[in-house]
Design a protein. Structure first.
Length: 148
């Protein structure tokens, strides 16, 4: 996880990782930062065709057909910019998983290296923070909450 102040160079640091020994890298970020061309895939699965890809967070989290195509792939690195948007919440004794959090869980299973980048990693609620930290490695950070 890269959790630094705004403007501290998280994207630059991620770029240095990407320049490493990678063959397949998926970057997931808010829609305002990426132009999406899903229909350009010759085989019907853009995720299998293009080894270096930038995708919209909300498009992936809301589109179940794209998630099914994504499940058929594996990546050397998946990096999520503005990763705090993947947060779930703990309320009334139960975990509330939204579509973005479920996408985060899926992405973490498809890659050897899962990088979360955010300047807003903690909203002050310990339970929610533990859920967020469970995304890249639930066995290390999940606290008293279990990933389902």
């Amino acid at each position: 996880m890269l959790a630094e102040d705004p403007g501290a160079g998280k994207r630059v640091m991620a770029g240095l990782l990407i320049r490493g020994n990678l063959h397949r890298c998926l970057i997931v970020c808010p829609g305002s930062l990426v132009l999406q061309r899903i229909e350009a895939a010759r085989t019907g699965n853009l995720f299998q065709e293009i080894p270096l890809l930038i995708a919209r967070l909300d498009k992936l989290s809301r589109d179940e057909a794209l998630q099914e195509k994504l499940k058929a792939t594996d990546w050397d690195l998946i990096a999520v910019n503005e990763a705090h948007k993947l947060s779930a919440s703990f309320f009334g004794g139960e975990v509330k998983e939204n579509k973005r959090y479920k996408l985060g869980k899926l992405l973490s299973q498809l890659t050897r290296h899962f990088l979360l980048m955010t300047a807003t990693s903690h909203n002050g609620r310990e339970e929610n923070f533990q859920l967020f930290l469970a995304l890249p490695g639930g066995d290390r950070f999940e606290g008293r909450f279990s990933r389902k």
